[in-house]
Design a binder for this molecule. Sequence first.
Ligand code: HEC
Ligand code: HEC
Ligand code: HEC
Ligand code: HEC
Ligand code: HEC
Ligand code: HEC
Length: 440
Amino acid sequence: MVVNSINTTNKMSRLSTVYGVFALSLALLFSSGQSIAQDSTAAAGATAAAPAAGGGDAEKGKAIFANNCAQCHAVTDEVIVGPGLKGIRERAPSIEWLHKWIRNSSSLIASGDAYANQVYNKFNKVQMSSYPNLTDADIDGILAYVDEASKPVVASVVATGDQGGATVAQGGAVASGPSELFTFVLVGLLVVMLLVLGVLLIIVTILSKAVTPVAVSGDGTQLAAPFSQRLKDGLSSTFNNSTLRSVVIWLFLLVATKESIDGLFSIGIQQGYAPKQPIAYSHKLHAGQYKIDCNYCHVGVNKGKSATIPAANVCMNCHGVIKKESPEIQKIYAAIEENRPIEWVRVHNLPDLAYFNHAQHVNVGNVQCTTCHGEIEKMEVVEQRSSLTMGWCIDCHRKTEVNAKDNAYYDKLVALHGKESKEPLKVANIGGLECSKCHY
Ligand code: HEC
Ligand code: HEC
Ligand code: HEC
Ligand code: HEC
Ligand code: HEC
Ligand code: HEC
């Protein structure tokens, strides 16, 4: 018996070692990303000590860039009106070329410069503004800032030299490590494996307690209680084990909390959502101050399911002449010239399982836009004011009377309803609470 219990303990400890190794690798996985990032920062720090080749003042450049260039250029690869300026130093023919271009791009284009004409044509001959007042130092500052800002991982480091730049860029790539999805899947797999191992460990403990005495006794005599009894004892002692119980309870609580938080998010989180739009279009200005009718742009509201977002050429009805030189309006031109839609960020969005129709509410129901959307004509940036949950729809259908005025179809319904009830005819009474009306 003594030998046998030592045996069991050995097996147990071997298993816990395996278990521990897994836990350790999990911990390593989380910490490794960080340590690599630290390495790269250190390396970058070393390169930063070397004098910056371009010699620009990035701090000053940042301010100049924000005031003059940011409307049209990103420091990344992204195209706004002009190309993203990431890597511009490598792309452009020379620093002198950049000085000339930024001070006066049109004269450089007119001089027949090949690269200048190439970018100009590529961006549909959109004229970049001229900055004759910027000194060489100002422009070097802008370029230093662009270099710095386009390398987010080592943002605090000014690395302007070509060599330095390359090293830092590599550091950045290492620090980002495996893709997020990959890490996610890996961690998920490890967690599942750990859980399976845990369960196996428990089963093995119970079984070994129940089985081994028989194996050791060998001579056929039953030293201990029958197998079934021992199995039962093992099981009950395991489930009475307080550590195990609290682990299970904690796991359960953790999952339950996560689920309910996710649930809350899917219900109310969209309320107040006001994403930044690609063009600083203002309803306060157009619908409020200039009193342009909502239908002028959202032509679908009276006709169909979707209110629709206006295409860029609707804007051109006015902006073909109004404020042509504004950088924001230039973005509309750029979209039209490049034949791509303006990528407005959607604010209101019901899940696919629900059906909502604007014409039914605006035209037939005579519900005002403000009732559901709030005072859009006062918003600089559109914000979702209502929750858009099922409860919100149902609540209004319970409370709101059907708009039966001048509607022969409803006259009969109202008369019928009047015989049965003293309450006015509500949307709920015409089927507004039926699942199939709102769900396909
Ligand atoms: C009104 C929009 C606008 C503003 C403001 C603007 N740019 Fe441009 N920029 C452009 C466009 C468009 C191009 C593409 C070439 C063309 O069509 O003229 C361009 C091209 C460039 C290029 C060449 C890019 C390449 O890929 O070779 C550089 C460099 C540049 N701009 C720097 C600047 C700097 C620096 C500022 C601020 C001082 C600035 N730009 C302000 C619109 C603008
Ligand atoms: C000159 C055109 C124009 C007029 C007039 C206008 N809108 Fe808009 N509306 C837009 C554009 C463009 C967007 C997309 C960009 C944005 O969200 O700001 C938009 C977005 C919206 C959205 C959010 C759409 C989404 O993504 O969920 C609502 C709601 C809206 N408008 C309501 C109104 C109401 C109500 C009025 C009248 C008071 C009105 N609009 C008048 C052009 C217009
Ligand atoms: C019915 C005419 C009309 C239409 C249509 C129209 N706008 Fe405007 N927009 C104006 C007026 C008027 C101004 C104010 C001009 C001013 O301040 O001098 C303006 C100003 C703007 C401004 C501010 C420009 C600045 O730099 O001050 C932006 C951005 C803008 N509009 C975007 C749009 C977009 C996007 C569309 C299409 C969805 C659109 N507009 C459709 C008349 C219109
Ligand atoms: C009864 C409530 C209600 C009223 C009234 C209402 N809307 Fe909406 N609106 C919604 C809902 C809900 C959505 C989201 C629809 C979706 O995601 O399918 C929406 C979406 C929109 C959108 C985004 C594009 C689209 O069609 O999905 C615009 C623009 C819009 N509404 C404009 C208006 C305008 C303009 C009016 C007034 C003429 C108006 N709405 C009246 C509830 C309403
Ligand atoms: C502000 C009040 C209000 C809100 C909020 C509202 N509705 Fe309605 N709804 C009405 C009115 C009023 C009618 C009746 C229109 C009519 O006369 O046919 C109606 C009718 C309907 C009908 C047709 C019912 C029938 O039996 O003919 C559907 C479907 C519907 N709504 C869906 C929705 C959905 C989906 C939502 C939420 C995303 C919603 N509604 C939110 C006021 C509202
Ligand atoms: C007036 C319109 C309307 C009616 C009537 C309606 N629903 Fe919904 N329902 C919605 C909308 C809008 C959503 C999506 C918003 C949300 O998730 O709250 C939704 C979401 C749901 C969801 C998904 C919830 C989730 O968390 O994703 C279920 C399930 C559902 N409805 C079942 C029903 C059943 C069953 C009925 C009939 C008893 C019914 N609905 C009647 C409008 C309606």
